[in-house]
Design a protein around this ligand. Structure first.
Ligand SMILES: O=c1[nH]c(=O)c2[nH]c(=O)[nH]c2[nH]1
Length: 302
């Protein structure tokens, strides 16, 4: 006898671009381009186990809801829209017990024309996205995470790696000057106890919490990447995480997943060239992959 252990369903890859016009100057605009996935959990078991569709809110309706609510509600910042969608589905359908919302936001950035950001022309910084995940439960609990993904960086010096474990399998040479490159995948977990009920997210968004958190996490990542003489990816990602926790008290923990994208020296000795620390070969594979989650120390209560 089979038993349904878990289920969720909804619509994936629902895309929109929304334009926001300045109240006093309608040619001055902002845009958000987003790709959404909303999956519902709840009393849907009979649709799987008994071919009874009565409980199913069609995925087509889920798609319509995302687009209608994108028109009717404020989607800046995108955390606000995730919270709005989560509440909408729980409030509208009494048999929905939880909602998963993933939103990927493209990075459209105004570019300078005549020395200042143009009012409505943007560059797509493709590759990099801002991602939000919300898991909202009918009992009011929620998990909210924001991420930067696909931010590719490289530094041509200011990175070292030595002092590591050496054994009979080791061929790597220690270095005090190497290229360091990665695709940043950084996630910060909002502390829902500090944020309060999900209805607070509207107010916190108005107060700039999510924009400030995003700006801080992005700036810390880029600044430390550039400024540290990195002893390892491990040490640098830990320092980035600790700094974000210091700057954004509403963040509970920070997770990084960083590939170490190798640039290999090329042996040009056949041409009598002994020193070649200038021309490198970008290795397609393999890459290192280093992950960490950094939280706050819990102080013992006496
Ligand atoms: O920063 C690094 N961390 C490692 O764990 C590692 N391993 C390796 O071969 N190179 C590197 N670099």
């Amino acid at each position: 006898m089979a038993v349904l252990l878990e289920s969720s369903y909804g619509k994936n890859l629902v895309k929109f671009l929304k334009v926001k016009r300045d109240a006093t100057n309608p040619k001055k605009q902002e845009v958000i381009e987003a790709t959404c996935c909303v999956l519902l959990e709840g009393a849907f078991d009979e649709s799987y186990t008994n071919a009874n569709n009565a409980s199913i809110v069609p995925t087509d309706t889920v798609k319509n809801t995302i687009l209608v609510e994108a028109k009717l509600s404020d989607v800046w910042p995108i955390e606000r829209f995730a919270a709005h969608l989560g509440q909408h589905f729980v409030n509208k359908y009494s048999h929905v017990t939880a909602v998963n919302v993933w939103i990927e936001q493209q990075r459209w950035v105004k570019y300078d024309v005549n020395g200042k950001p143009h009012d409505h022309s943007f560059i797509h910084q493709s590759g990099e996205t801002k991602n939000v995940y919300l898991h909202y439960f009918r009992n009011g609990k929620y998990d909210l995470q924001t991420s930067i993904k696909g931010l590719t960086v490289l530094k041509s010096t200011g990175s070292m790696f030595y002092g590591y474990n050496v054994c009979d399998y080791t061929t790597l040479k220690p270095t005090k000057d190497r290229i360091l490159s990665t695709d940043v995948d950084a996630t910060w977990y909002w502390d829902s106890k500090k944020l309060g009920p999900i209805t607070n997210i509207e107010r916190l968004a108005n107060a700039g919490l999510f924009d400030n958190g995003y700006d801080a996490a992005r700036k810390v990542t880029l600044d430390l990447f550039a400024l540290e003489n990195s002893p390892s990816v491990q040490a640098t990602m830990y320092n980035m995480s600790a700094k974000i926790l210091e700057l954004v008290p509403e963040v509970e923990k920070v997770q990084y997943s960083l590939p170490n994208k190798h640039y290999m020296g090329i042996d040009l000795s056949f041409k009598g060239i002994r020193e070649n620390n200038e021309v490198f070969y970008p290795a397609a594979h393999p890459s290192g992959l280093i992950k960490s989650t950094v939280g706050r120390e819990v102080k013992a209560k006496f």
